[in-house]
Ligand binder design. Structure first.
Ligand SMILES: NC(=O)c1ccc[n+]([C@@H]2O[C@H](COP(=O)([O-])OP(=O)(O)OC[C@H]3O[C@@H](n4cnc5c(N)ncnc54)[C@H](OP(=O)(O)O)[C@@H]3O)[C@@H](O)[C@H]2O)c1
Length: 282
């Protein structure tokens, strides 16, 4: 029986990982969220890892509120950088594999072609720089790690698709940013990518996003189309939207390492959101 510690199990990805493996008879999960295991505490992390002696730790915990990270840099650093550092130390100490999730925000967002894993990083936001520090700690302290950089994630939890559907209940028209491009990625697809790596020795950094790309306004239109809503989407610029934290204008990641080292292929974002909305809305 392989024991796997999941952190942040109540988040979008944590739930998807649990759902994916719910019928696996050879895996037992030790599910934790901040009440059971605060990943910012090295003592708590070491204690649990020594008790469980896990095959792997899947880190689904993070401070994902991008705008809040600007105001709460230290808190964001604790969760997004020191947390993964603690898990990396515990993974090394117990011989466990570590799955850690990172983000497109580690790049500057000024690219003109999809970013590959070896491209230089240059985060522009507090969220991005704390997540990059998390990657660096994982690389420094863990022996056997998989870092998956994903983007525009949606699943069982708060996300863009659900926000759009909620707004469509009240408004006939919504204004959505049209000058940021990326790849909407479902937690189901991301979990399949984790599964393609977890039982292998294929360690390192992997870009992990659904295939294809769009701007946020195009994503919103597809959500409304699939959900049978007549809500009109008006495209606006990032400057007009005026969010507190800078967002990358260009967020497209090429899943080069997954393509070159595994048989796994992400679904196209259109197909993944269709599956998601079918389950959500029927
Ligand atoms: N969401 C996206 O669009 C996106 C894009 C790119 C990359 N990612 C990355 O993908 C991963 C999964 O994201 P997600 O959307 O599933 O995140 P999420 O839904 O925000 O879930 C994160 C979970 O971690 C918990 N948590 C916070 N602080 C913790 C701590 N100190 N110890 C233990 N647990 C803690 C949160 O609890 P509370 O809710 O109580 O804080 C929450 O249950 C993260 O690494 C994120 O950075 C996400």
């Amino acid at each position: 029986m392989k024991k796997i510690i999941v952190t942040g199990c109540n988040g979008q990805l944590g739930r998807a990982v649990n759902e994916y493996y719910k019928n696996a008879s050879d895996i037992s999960f030790v599910n934790t969220d901040v009440e059971e295991l605060d990943i910012t505490s090295i003592d708590a992390v070491m204690k649990l890892a020594r008790e469980v002696q896990p095959y792997a730790i899947i880190n689904c915990a993070a401070h994902t509120a991008v705008d809040a990270c600007e105001k709460e840099y230290d808190r964001a650093f604790q969760i997004n950088a020191i947390g993964p550092r603690n898990l990396a130390i515990a993974a090394r100490e117990t011989g466990a594999k570590l799955v850690h999730i990172s983000t497109d925000y580690v790049f500057d967002g000024k690219g003109t072609r999809p970013y590959v894993e070896t491209d230089p990083t240059d985060p522009q936001s507090a969220y991005g720089s704390t997540k990059l520090a998390g990657e660096e700690f994982v690389k420094a302290f863990a022996d056997r790690y998989f870092i998956l950089r994903t983007a525009w994630l949606y699943g069982d939890g708060k996300n863009f698709a659900k926000t759009m559907l909620r707004l469509s209940e009240t408004y006939d028209k919504v204004r959505v940013v049209n000058d940021q491009v990326g790849s909407p990625t479902s937690t189901v697809e991301l979990t399949k990518a984790i599964n393609a790596l977890l039982f292998s020795d294929n360690y390192g950094i992997f870009h992990a996003t659904c295939e294809g790309s769009c701007a946020w306004d195009e994503f919103a239109r597809e959500i409304f189309r699939l959900a049978g809503k007549n809500t009109v989407v008006e495209g606006i610029t990032t400057a007009e939207y005026n969010a507190p934290a800078p967002r990358p204008a260009y967020s497209i990641l090429e899943n080069r390492m997954l393509k070159l080292t595994t048989d796994f292929m992400f679904a196209d974002w259109h197909d993944a959101i269709a599956v998601y909305l079918k389950e959500l809305c029927g």
